[in-house]
Design a protein around this ligand. Sequence first.
Ligand SMILES: Nc1ncnc2c1ncn2[C@@H]1O[C@H](COP(=O)(O)OP(=O)(O)OP(=O)(O)O)[C@@H](O)[C@H]1O
Ligand SMILES: [Mg+2]
Length: 258
Amino acid sequence: MKEERTEANQVIAVCGKGGVGKTTVSALLARLLAEENRGKVLVVDADPAVGLGMALNRFPENTVNDIRKEIISTVREHSTDSVDLAASVDYKMMEIVLDSGNLGFLSVGRPEEEGCYCQLNTLLREAIESLSSHFSLTLVDAEAGVEQVNRRVMRSVSHLLLVSDTTLKAVRVAESIRKVADDAVNYRKLGLIINRARGEEEAGRLASHTDLPLLGWVPEDDTVREYDAEARSFLDIPSCPALEAVRSHIMDAGFLAQ
Ligand SMILES: Nc1ncnc2c1ncn2[C@@H]1O[C@H](COP(=O)(O)OP(=O)(O)OP(=O)(O)O)[C@@H](O)[C@H]1O
Ligand SMILES: [Mg+2]
């Protein structure tokens, strides 16, 4: 992987309630970032349910969870110097990034046992922090809800993109994520996207119930449904209303500008 260090590395995390469209918005953003000349972009599937990998048809051989398992067995078998171990973890993280064109893809993977999520989240935080300095922009599709924000996995995130569907319940979850993020994340910018809206009026009505800054709304879109149903890569999705909404409300509206 070619290293390109830039002054202001951006880390965008896409967060929100379960099922609201975090992975869809992340995949559409990845599709737009891939065609832009922004330098190398790292896309991170931070959800053990591996939805973003499916949406982008990216299936890395090794995941952050594989590194976790390797560390555990190394520590068990040898008394490894912790400094050596830390250096080799950084190197291993670079190695598991699946590279294609100007996109790198990292998957958190899924532990077999319930109790491992804590270790995995710690390692994921380290992965995001160490790898993002090698990319001009890092895009993270987070696990649903507030847990990863609360556990400071998103500590180094600069742009917090909250996604809601058209329900007040989802907006309230987005608000609670902001509340936790105010302490747990060093974000510079935060904005709300209302997904699957049927029109400006519906999105506006919902936005009037919250003080979260509204970036815009993304319509219910048949092309998105089709690509999802057929498991086609969103990196190939043609121009469609949802893609154009993400382009205009997130890319062109300057949300990603400093
Ligand atoms: N704008 C849209 N138009 C049509 N379908 C959509 C749209 N946004 C999301 N969907 C569909 O809604 C479902 C849930 O979306 P998605 O998987 O992106 O949500 P999520 O927030 O990532 O869910 P999870 O919390 O389970 O990770 C998917 O089947 C997806 O195709
Ligand atoms: Mg998802």
